[in-house]
Design a binder for this molecule. Structure first.
Ligand code: GTP
Ligand code: MG
Length: 438
């Protein structure tokens, strides 16, 4: 049966009945309220604005308390997000308030809004992971998703800086942005009016979507519509109490007068507090969940390959998507495995070839060495033979010389006799001679 038919049938089947008496389910809203109250609420504010613009002072003024803070230096290497969570109680309502400071924003030469975007995404991701768990504990989960970003505009009276536009543009699809002009006591009334118009025009021209107070709920439609026209709120913060008349009021005192924080003719602080805390806190929480988180979740699930409808708008269940993805994954895995196997085989072949080449080279070297060795051996053998011959010849000569020597010796041993005879002959002569001479 086609989907529209089903819808029509179920509508037809739904009949309005009158109750015979009080049943009690009219207490459902009260049950909801008491459950929510016992559970407590969480609200997370992101403060973005340059160092020393008055973020901490405004938070203290808004919640009428002193949150722990420390001044940030102007020399942070990059923008750092510093969350701090506080437990607040008003009447019997518990509020887990987290204030996240974008420390170092606007100070860097490399003006990077990425850490802020990443922080917001991380909180969405944490929530999504909790949702996807088999055993979810969303009931007592500390929701850290940013519900509102208070964007502090420097009161130059001139125009928005490009950093403001770029940052707000990057954030507007992820968080509810409420722009505020900080330290509004430093700007004159006529300048402020022009400045506000200029800011709104610039935001509009650059397609920056800021949070609009909702006008669909009759109870608050009128006030919200009026307040939308006052954006951006020009605020002054102070926790100092000064006596005005016979009343102590929170104000900033100057040599020329007093700026009262809660005086609507002095600044828009009251408007901000009304809109942010007293009227639209729940809408900000809802918008965060239904709009910004929903967008993040959709993109994330689509990225993971999930979809609601297949081709020709045919509804596709999670199970079907899972099966398809599983098959795709297995196919891919098989393909990868085959590729790896082929790669391995190729590598083995390559190595085998290399080894064969090496073996051939070695063999050739061995053959050359063998040849050289044989040659050397042959030469040595020849030399040895030569030496042998020489030795034989030498021995022969030696024997000949020895024989000659022996002969000579023999001759010499026979010679004294003859010499004696000769001597006698000679001495005869010498005596004749000596006689003659004398
Ligand atoms: P970091 O956290 O260090 O970035 O500063 P911050 O933005 O939290 O500013 P902080 O609230 O510490 O205020 C810085 C200075 O500005 C202090 O001297 C405040 O008194 C002053 N200041 C805060 N709000 C206002 C305001 O509305 N008007 C004026 N004129 N000064 C303000
Ligand atoms: Mg601060």
């Amino acid at each position: 049966m086609a989907a529209p038919d089903l819808e029509r049938r179920s509508k037809e089947e739904m009949r309005l009945l009158d109750l015979g008496g009080h049943v009690g389910f009219d207490s459902l809203p009260d049950q909801l309220v008491s459950k929510s109250v016992s559970q407590g609420f969480s609200f997370n504010i992101l403060c973005v604005g340059e160092t020393g613009i008055g973020k901490s002072t405004l938070m203290n003024t808004l919640f009428n308390t002193i949150f722990e803070t420390e001044e940030s230096g102007h020399y942070e290497a990059c923008v750092r997000l510093r969350p701090r969570t506080y437990d607040l109680q008003e009447s019997n309502v518990h509020l887990k308030l987290t204030i996240v400071d974008a420390v170092g924003f606007g100070d860097q030469i490399n003006k990077d809004e990425r850490p802020i975007v990443d922080y917001i995404d991380t909180q969405f991701e944490n929530y999504l992971q909790e949702e996807l768990k088999i055993q979810r504990s969303l009931f007592d989960y500390h929701d850290t998703r940013i519900h509102v970003c208070l964007y502090f505009i420097t009161p130059t009276g001139h125009s928005l800086k490009s950093l403001d536009l770029v940052t707000m543009k990057k954030l507007d699809s992820k968080v509810n942005i409420i722009p505020i002009i900080a330290k509004a006591d430093t700007i004159s009334k006529s300048e402020l009016h022009k400045f506000k118009n200029k800011i709104m025009n610039e935001l509009d021209k650059n397609g920056v979507q800021i949070y609009q107070f909702p006008t669909d709920d009759e109870a608050v439609a009128e006030i919200n519509a009026v307040m939308n026209a006052h954006l951006p709120f020009a605020v002054v913060g102070s926790t100092d109490e000064i006596k005005v008349g016979n009343k102590l009021v929170r104000a900033r005192q100057y040599p020329w007068g007093i700026v009262q924080v809660e005086n609507e003719s002095h600044c828009d602080f009251v408007k901000l507090r009304e809109m942010l805390i007293r009227v639209n806190m729940e809408d900000l929480r809802e918008q965060t969940h239904n709009r910004h988180y929903e967008l993040y979740r959709r993109h994330k699930l689509e990225e993971m390959g999930f979809q609601d409808t297949a081709a020709e708008s045919k509804p596709i269940s999670l199970q079907e998507t899972y099966e398809t993805r599983r098959k795709e994954f297995l196919c891919e895995l098989q393909k990868k495995e085959e590729e790896m196997r082929q790669m391995f085989v190729n590598k083995v072949k390559e190595t085998e070839l290399e080894l064969k080449e090496k073996e051939k080279e070695l063999h050739e070297r061995f053959e050359t060495l063998k040849r050289t060795h044989q040659e050397e051996k042959r030469k040595v053998e020849e030399k040895r033979r030569q030496l042998e011959d020489e030795k034989i010849a030498f021995n022969r000569r030696k024997a000949a010389v020895e024989a000659m020597q022996a002969q000579a010796l023999q001759v010499t041993s026979q010679q004294p006799l003859r010499r004696d005879k000769d001597k006698k002959k000679t001495s005869g002569w010498s005596s004749i001679y000596s006689v003659t001479i004398s």
